[in-house]
Design a protein around this ligand. Structure first.
Ligand code: SAT
Ligand code: MN
Length: 628
């Protein structure tokens, strides 16, 4: 029993540190759950929760696979809700870079007073009729110096079982915590039950969603949504939003990046990190099956990297997560064979289609089934005009399932980083790959990332949006300060890793993709790693270092790609791009922008004009002497 009269059916409360108990009790008194369950992280507990959810109809067992389940969300709760995601700091300028032309694109700010008012209007009694689950979790290996401990309170059993996949959950976390402070996360689906009332299969409260972060007190408050990025509080909320703010204070970086090891034919192994917006292929690149002989790629993480400069000035990366929360549509044995080898065991799928034999299907998985049950639970036929799976349907799978998991995935010191990649979906103008001229130029490239909107958030259509560092939805503090922080990290590194921009999504005149992508992306990584080792010439262009026309190994490709079109840097496009970046910097970042970024933009302008003389034809490819 906790004082206050709630039954605890997990572990004995006397094993729980007293500051944790006080915090639990504080929220229990506000939320008024029926009972409290402190998670111990055991298999028995996991099975008990899943069995309960199957009985309630919240999870559907997938009999074709081993320990796999399907959850269908409310159609109004299928993605992150960026417009309702806020950061609360005393001063607005600590969240958002400009105060006058505030658009909210780089962080929605709310005052602590207004947030308190919202909490007071939303949370009292919000867990009536429900169990309050208390989830102690570690982001990063339990006990590592680089890890962070959080505790999430939630009234969703679905969130509890997914947190057990995505983070390290259980008793051992509380043992390590002792009486130290922890990140406090409170989540409610916001759908209290009256006595005798039955719960919706996917309870949520879409009109009242609030995802709030208080970096000054390490607190997260999430209301109204059960969708992964909104409710699994260790992921975007702790590891990126609060994480980036903690990292700034402590001298490291929390980034929206995959981490992979690339073993080359000579046996040498290098680790890379890469930032792409959600739904742009991070999971596919992280565990790519190389199409060049002699290469092997192993995965450390597919979404989040915590990057620390070590005492020797080497940048090192850890993956704070314990699972993959990957996009299902498009995943198949060709695009991502290792994901396919990982996800049919111990996985919780959301919003995919259910096949008659108790399996799953999604668009781009393979041949259409004749019929199935779609993500809304409705009968679906191969001739149906609506998708069977939601475009943002997901698999939630433990990392250990992956056959190409890197042996150092849990190394408490992290892996050394040899190259950093940025990228987005750019149908035109942006080359397949180019290299920054310096760390500062690389930071500028990250700041200027743009990408087509995807299904990961609430945006509609194919608009091209700024997504600096692929972190736009995840910045925990002022973006101008974030850029200054990146610049200062470069100074701490003895040999800063080279920075590259990649674009798998360039299209030709006929609208088709110019590059095959997936396993053939190893050809691009090979160029980058050889460049990092100083082993290749490149041509200096307005954007930086671009491969020479024969720089990439394209032998063995079924169709020979149009390398000229893939590597072209059309002058008119880049003039417009640079002018648009200037406008964006001015209106969205204003005085917060470090002067170094203006300097880099001026240099880009200059290079565009210098090289424009040669670009007589907009799309023509030329190889130049490298720029110095
Ligand atoms: O935010 S989620 O983790 O649900 C997915 C994503 O946007 O990366
Ligand atoms: Mn992500």
């Amino acid at each position: 029993m906790v004082a206050g009269g709630w039954t605890i059916n997990g572990v004995e409360p006397n094993g729980v540190p007293s500051h944790v108990m006080e915090w639990i009790q504080h929220w229990a008194e506000i939320c008024q759950p029926t009972d409290i369950h402190i998670m111990d992280g055991s298999d028995e507990e996991d099975q008990m929760l899943k069995k309960m959810m199957v009985e309630q109809g919240v999870l559907i067992p997938l009999t074709k696979y081993q320990n796999c389940y399907l959850a269908r969300t409310d159609p109004k709760d299928v993605a992150r809700t960026e417009a309702r995601t806020v950061i609360s700091t005393k001063n607005k300028i600590d969240t958002h870079p400009v105060t006058d032309t505030y658009s909210g694109k780089l962080g929605h700010w709310i005052s602590p007073e207004d947030l308190d008012k919202k909490i007071q209007s939303l949370f009292p009694g919000c867990m009536n009729g429900r169990t309050m689950y208390v989830i102690p979790f570690s982001m990063g290996p339990v006990g590592s110096q680089l890890s962070r401990i959080g505790i999430e309170i939630t009234d969703s059993a679905y969130v509890s079982v997914c947190m057990r996949i995505m983070t390290r959950v259980g008793r051992q976390v509380l043992n390590v915590l002792g009486d130290s402070p922890f990140v406090k996360g409170v989540h409610s689906v916001g759908a209290p039950l009256k006595p005798g009332e039955h719960s919706a299969l996917w309870p949520c409260n879409p009109d009242k969603v609030l995802i709030a972060h208080k970096p000054e007190t390490s607190e997260i408050i999430s209301f109204g949504s059960g969708y992964g990025g909104n409710s699994l509080l260790g992921k975007k909320c702790l590891a990126l939003r609060l994480g980036s703010s903690i990292a700034r204070k402590e001298g490291w970086l929390a980034e929206h990046m995959l981490i992979s090891g690339v073993t080359m034919p000579n046996g040498q192994k290098k680790y890379i990190t890469a930032a792409f917006p959600s739904c742009c292929g991070k999971t596919n690149l992280a565990m790519l099956q190389p199409k060049l002989p002699g290469y092997k790629v192993t995965v450390v993480g597919d979404d989040i990297a915590w990057l620390h400069p070590d005492e020797n000035g080497q940048l090192r990366a850890i993956n704070p997560e314990n699972g993959f929360f990957g996009v299902a549509p498009g995943t198949n044995f060709q695009s991502n064979p290792y994901a396919m080898a990982s996800i049919f065991k111990d996985t919780i799928f959301s919003n995919v289609a259910l096949t008659p034999d108790g399996g799953v299907w999604w668009e781009g998985m393979g041949p259409k089934p004749k019929s199935c049950i779609d993500w809304r639970g409705k009968p679906w036929r191969a001739s149906s005009s609506t998708p069977a799976a939601h475009p943002n349907s997901r698999f939630c799978t433990p990392l250990v399932n992956c056959p190409v998991l890197d042996p150092a995935w849990e190394d408490p010191h992290g892996v050394p980083v040899s190259a950093i990649f940025f990228g987005g979906r750019r149908p035109s103008g942006v080359p397949l790959i180019y290299q920054a001229i310096s760390w500062e130029h690389g930071v500028f490239m990250g700041a200027a990332v743009k990408s087509e909107a995807t299904a990961a958030a609430e945006f509609k259509g194919k608009q091209i949006m700024h997504d600096p560092f692929s972190m736009r939805p995840f910045f925990g503090y002022n973006f101008g300060d974030y850029l200054r922080h990146w610049l200062s990290i470069g100074k701490l590194l003895k040999n800063p890793p080279p920075i590259f921009m990649v674009n798998w999504f360039r299209r030709g005149h006929d609208g088709g993709l110019l590059w095959p992508g997936f396993g053939d992306n190893i050809r691009v990584l090979e160029w980058a790693l050889n460049r990092s080792a100083g082993q290749l010439p490149a041509s200096g262009r307005c954007v930086g270092w671009v491969p020479t026309h024969d720089g990439l190994d394209i032998h063995g490709l079924e169709e020979s790609p149009d390398m000229e079109a893939l590597l072209a840097t059309p002058t008119r496009f880049w003039r417009e791009e640079a002018a648009e970046i200037r406008q964006y910097f001015k209106s969205e970042i204003g005085d917060s922008l470090p002067t170094e970024m203006w300097r880099q933009l001026d240099k880009l302008d200059k290079r565009i004009e210098v090289f424009s003389d040669y670009n007589v034809e907009e799309d023509e490819y030329h190889s130049y002497e490298p720029i110095g």
